[in-house]
Write a protein of this length. Structure first.
Length: 277
């Protein structure tokens, strides 16, 4: 087995503080997640070049642009890009709509094209690259519409299944399934070092922290919405106040209000399903 080193590139806050991980082995470099904005993607490309080794492959953990936007520049058309099949299918489905939504906001910082991962992974398949054995684990909808994580020895690259010290993205409206996924992961990653998509590496306690955050967020939205599918502006402001006090000093506070309506709709649907016909 080759020795490998882990390098981290973290975007600035306007790039959502997203982490891209470079796994450096003797034979070359494997990239996990491809960052969001073109300025960060170019800086990440420079980091790869500075290692003076070829980029062997890219893995994408889940279907959010801050993890796949950089693929065309970083991987071109030739470097293999791996993802769980559901992640690849979801990227193909949403990438154009995400560009339409966010390119007017970010301008030239948002890439004009995307690349869909072409190496589709099944659950538990082991990928051997550069002397490293990476194992994908498909989770399904959780933080995004399609999530996965990767394990390498006693390290787990979590994507956005657990944010660490930052406010998370909840706007895809799968918080119930996300909680279920966190419960399933608890114990399974005991003894692993977890590398999150946002925040510093940590241990399995990150999963419990993320669970507590989601429970607080859901309870607050449920109280404020009272069954309505969206929050009013004053209710949204109260949610932001509650969650900033729950996680004081944490960055990415803009994500708190962004997910409010999606979670209100999710909770409203759960309430309707729970009422007997």
């Amino acid at each position: 087995m080759s020795e490998h080193r882990i390098h981290t590139y973290t975007a600035a806050e306007n790039g959502s503080l997203v982490n891209s991980y470079l796994l450096e082995a003797d034979e070359g470099v494997v990239l996990i997640d491809a960052n969001l904005l073109m300025s960060d993607v170019r800086a990440l490309a420079a980091r790869i070049t500075a290692l003076r080794k070829p980029l062997l492959a890219v893995f994408v953990t889940h279907a959010h642009p801050d993890h796949f936007n950089g693929l065309p520049l970083l991987a071109g058309d030739d470097v293999p890009v791996y993802a769980a099949a559901e992640v690849a299918d979801t990227i193909a489905r949403i990438a154009d709509a995400k560009r339409d939504q966010w390119q007017p906001v970010y301008g030239d910082e948002w890439p004009d094209r995307h690349r869909v991962p072409d190496r589709r992974l099944s659950e538990g398949a082991v990928v051997e690259i550069g002397g490293m054995r990476l194992t994908p684990h498909d989770v399904g909808a959780a933080e995004s519409h399609a999530d996965s994580y990767l394990t390498l020895d006693d390290r787990a690259f979590m994507g956005d299944l657990a944010f660490h010290g930052t406010h998370p993205y909840t706007a895809d409206g799968h918080t119930s399934r996300w909680l279920t996924a966190l419960d399933a992961l608890t114990g399974a990653l005991d003894g692993f070092t977890l590398y999150p998509g946002h925040g510093a590496p940590g241990d399995e306690g990150m999963l419990a922290d993320q669970r507590r955050y989601l429970m607080m967020y859901r309870a607050t939205v449920q109280r404020l919405a009272a069954g309505a599918p969206a929050l009013t502006d004053p209710q949204r402001a109260e949610l932001i106040d509650v969650m900033t006090r729950f996680l004081p000093g944490a960055p990415l506070t803009w994500m708190i209000g962004l997910g409010a309506d999606a979670v209100a709709a999710e909770l409203g649907a759960e309430l309707t399903q729970a009422v007997p016909a």
